[in-house]
Design a protein around this ligand. Structure first.
Ligand SMILES: Cc1cc2nc3c(=O)[nH]c(=O)nc-3n(C[C@H](O)[C@H](O)[C@H](O)COP(=O)(O)OP(=O)(O)OC[C@H]3O[C@@H](n4cnc5c(N)ncnc54)[C@H](O)[C@@H]3O)c2cc1C
Length: 221
């Protein structure tokens, strides 16, 4: 299935021409983003928690400490909604009203479960680590049994999803184009800086290539 089916939950209502349901596009956004916000409701109280995520095929993986309210919620089989946002630029229109942002965002829905088998948890932690820094897993000390026990890992099959994308210049009202006001886009990007070595490393340890040349996707501007 290349598209998520449209229903009342995932249909983009405002500016529907910016809504997309293709798995490839949604997964690109999920894969480029370093973190997401997970929303859930407990006893009629909504919560939104920022957390690291990674995609494992059609499943979203999260991890955390056993006491986490979110992971307990997932363990109970309750639904979550996940927002993933990539900010690509500020859109500066001639009118205050038409100011906006260029972005690529996705909203996902699903119910998950906690992984129990050691090998599944280990594989999910590899996926999470590689999501942060591709190439990292082969270099790190693997989790011990004790560490694995102390880490809850949730797998949430992505049941439904949508993407919303804005790109391009501002869209002003026709009569405003004649105004002598600068308008355009200020592109924004997540740009890695020079790696800072842990002072406890010896003077001869160079950062690995995947850190020196770290990059995450490309924004359409
Ligand atoms: C970029 C990013 C990545 C993160 N990645 C992970 C991860 O992979 N795994 C993980 O377990 N945690 C992660 N965290 C921390 C996460 O947001 C929660 O703080 C944590 O999962 C749950 O903490 P808790 O059980 O104490 O809070 P909960 O019991 O879930 O929350 C209790 C209350 O604490 C407050 N609270 C909780 N978290 C935050 C927060 N981040 N900021 C402000 N107030 C908060 C809220 O008021 C919340 O209602 C990440 C945070 C950020 C910002």
């Amino acid at each position: 299935m290349t598209e998520f089916p449209l229903d009342e939950r995932n249909r983009v209502r405002r500016l529907p021409e910016r809504g997309w349901y293709e798995r490839d596009l949604i997964y690109q956004i999920v894969d480029e983003a370093l973190y997401c916000h997970v929303a859930f409701v407990q006893d009629r109280q909504p919560f939104v928690i920022p957390t690291i995520h990674a995609r494992w095929d059609d499943t979203l993986v999260l991890h955390g400490a056993p006491a986490s309210r979110l992971l307990k919620h997932i363990q109970a089989g309750e639904p979550v909604s996940v927002a993933v946002t990539l900010l690509d630029g500020l859109v500066l229109a001639r009118s205050a009203f038409h100011h906006s942002m260029n972005y690529r965002s996705a909203v996902l829905f699903g119910r998950g479960r906690l992984l129990a088998a050691e090998e599944d948890k280990l594989r999910a932690l590899e996926v999470l680590t590689e999501h942060l820094a591709p190439g990292r897993w082969k270099d790190v000390r693997r989790p011990t049994r004790q560490e694995l026990k102390a880490t809850w890992v949730a797998a949430i099959p992505i049941e439904s999803a949508s993407a919303k994308v804005r790109s391009g210049p501002p869209k002003d009202d026709a009569e405003d184009y004649a105004l002598p006001i600068w308008a355009g886009v200020l592109p924004l990007q997540l740009v890695p800086q020079e790696p800072v070595a842990d002072p406890q490393l010896g003077p001869d340890s160079a950062a690995p290539d995947y850190i020196v040349h770290y990059a995450r996707g490309g924004s359409p501007g």
